[in-house]
Design a protein around this ligand. Structure first.
Ligand code: ZN
Length: 383
């Protein structure tokens, strides 16, 4: 009896692991993780996906589904971003169709016809500036790429079938600087929207978003001796940056102007709607040891690095130590690909020297000036 039960259990487990099932992505900010790694800000993300994308689930691990993207590629999808769909009609194979590369008054586009909403991943490349998008589970039948002269930012678009079921799209940009992109399905057409470099790089012509970190019940770090809250000082500094940029003629959008609760998803959705030219996030750092200090800037994607380097260079003129320029950073607001963005961790609230500076209103004004100068340096350096 006991032996029989055990045997049944083993069979049940084996079946549970071998039975793949299909469904679709669901929600406004669906993302894939590379693996099951976790850190303070969650595991390393392989990028965002549109909703209603077909996914094949092959395993279940805690809060994630392991999904199979192609014969050789897997990723992890939060279960909350998945819904079962019994209406899915699987096709024996999936093929790409013709492309259209064009522009309208707002942006450039690459439209690729498919017969199903299949998963994809994208990556920015620099020197030359390119966007590379892999579409999984599909084989080329693209023999026609129409390119219209209405494009302004796309220099070239082509593809390579890098594996039997991995279709790689290359989009070469005219400018060195990446200004952002988004990928979404319009019916079964995969549309890659490419933001153009603004026609004028004067601050007077640009719209800049500023995010004051934390707020409401999310207080952030606190001061080593003063016990002041990070959320209050990020807002004070953000307001100075706003004032300084406005004085220079820029349009500024603040994600918050008061001590309000605002989740990362809410901030991201708001920013997506606002479509700024770029985003600056303001935070104050904190470490376990009070000797750790200095200023730092952060980015996720290599194409957005130059803004963070230019701002750090100016921030160092305030006499702060260099904590560094940090890449591949897993901060929620560094995740969107729609616009360049930079997180500024002004200084450490947990260090006595840095804390003294942070408490001084004159320092807030000085930070605002340095961030603005960094932005101006970045803009001037563009070709
Ligand atoms: Zn913070």
């Amino acid at each position: 009896m006991r032996r029989l039960l055990l045997a049944c259990f083993l069979i049940a487990t084996a079946v549970a692991h071998s039975q793949a099932f299909y469904g679709r992505t669901s929600g406004p900010l669906v993302y894939l993780n590379y693996g099951l790694g976790e850190d303070r800000l969650g595991g390393a993300k392989a990028g965002f996906l549109d909703s209603n994308v077909l996914v094949k689930v092959v395993d279940s691990v805690k809060a994630d589904y392991k999904v199979q993207l192609s014969k050789a590629h897997f990723a992890y999808l939060p279960k909350s971003a998945f819904r079962t769909d019994t209406a899915i009609k699987l096709q024996a194979y999936y093929l790409t169709g013709s492309w259209k590369v064009y522009g309208d008054s707002a942006a450039d586009y690459v439209n690729i016809s498919l017969t199903e909403k299949l998963p994809y991943k994208s990556v920015q490349q620099i020197n030359p500036a390119r966007l590379v998008v892999d579409v999984f589970g599909v084989t080329s039948n693209t023999n026609w790429i129409t390119q219209l002269k209405t494009t302004q930012e796309i220099k070239n678009a082509w593809y390579e079938q890098v594996e039997d079921d991995v279709f790689r799209i290359f989009i070469e940009l005219k400018h060195q600087q990446h200004w952002g992109y988004s990928i979404a399905y319009k019916n079964n057409v995969l549309q890659i929207k490419i933001k153009r470099q603004p026609p004028s790089l004067s601050l007077k012509k640009l719209k800049i978003a500023i995010d004051a970190g934390h707020g409401g019940t999310n207080a952030g770090a606190d001061g080593l001796t003063s016990k002041v809250l990070e959320k209050d000082y990020t807002l004070k500094i953000a307001k100075e940056v706003e004032a300084y940029l406005k004085k220079k003629g820029a349009a500024v959008y603040m994600t918050r102007t008061h001590d309000t609760d605002l989740s990362m998803v809410e901030r991201t959705v708001m920013l997506r709607e606002q479509a700024p030219d770029f985003l600056i996030s303001i935070h104050l750092n904190s470490a376990g040891s009070p000797t750790v200090k200095g200023t730092s800037t952060y980015y996720r994607y290599i194409g957005f690095r130059p803004l963070s380097q230019a701002i750090l260079k100016r921030m160092l003129e305030l006499g702060l130590d260099e904590y560094g320029n940090v890449g591949s950073f897993n901060f929620s607001l560094s995740g969107p690909t729609e616009y360049p963005n930079c997180l500024v961790e002004v200084a450490f609230l947990s260090n006595p020297d840095d804390e003294k500076k942070i408490l001084d209103p004159k320092f807030h004004k000085a930070v605002a000036k340095k961030i603005t100068q960094g932005i101006e340096d970045w803009l001037k350096g563009m070709k």
